[in-house]
Design a protein around this ligand. Sequence first.
Ligand SMILES: [Zn+2]
Length: 170
Amino acid sequence: MVHFTYRQEDNPPPAGPKLKLFRLKAGESANFALLGQKVHGVWTHWNGRTDPCVEPKELCNGCAKQHPQRWKGYIFARHESTLELGFLEVTQAMREKLIALLNGEQWLRGSRVKALRGNGQKTSVQYLLLRPWLQEHEGQPMPDDTSPMETLRVLFEWRRPKSDGKNGTP
Ligand SMILES: [Zn+2]
């Protein structure tokens, strides 16, 4: 006789993609509470829009067409105005600035920053340190770090190109 219990969940997650990407537009600023332990990085191709770079290389449309490669980083974060959870998208340069400001990637989680993107053609991002999460939210648990891959898969239709329709498998 095998004993079992029912798997319970009082607060099931909402259907569909629930986490968004936070991207700053030119001239925009926003405060973020950083919840991720690290910046999750992926390679993408630029083709007028961002396409994923996939492995193995033979299956990557962007590599075959030699579309330029761009690294993109994602930090799990809370947007402090909307209170939404999601991923702050950073470029290589933005990641370096952020980590320099915080004195190392190990201080990402729990830090809060104001991110400001400049106006004009050369839009760079500045970061200002705010009071840390724990000082602002005493006794409140911080959400665990989360990988952006599920969100990216949905937003970028993150999948390998179909193999020329012969067998119909993705
Ligand atoms: Zn590629």
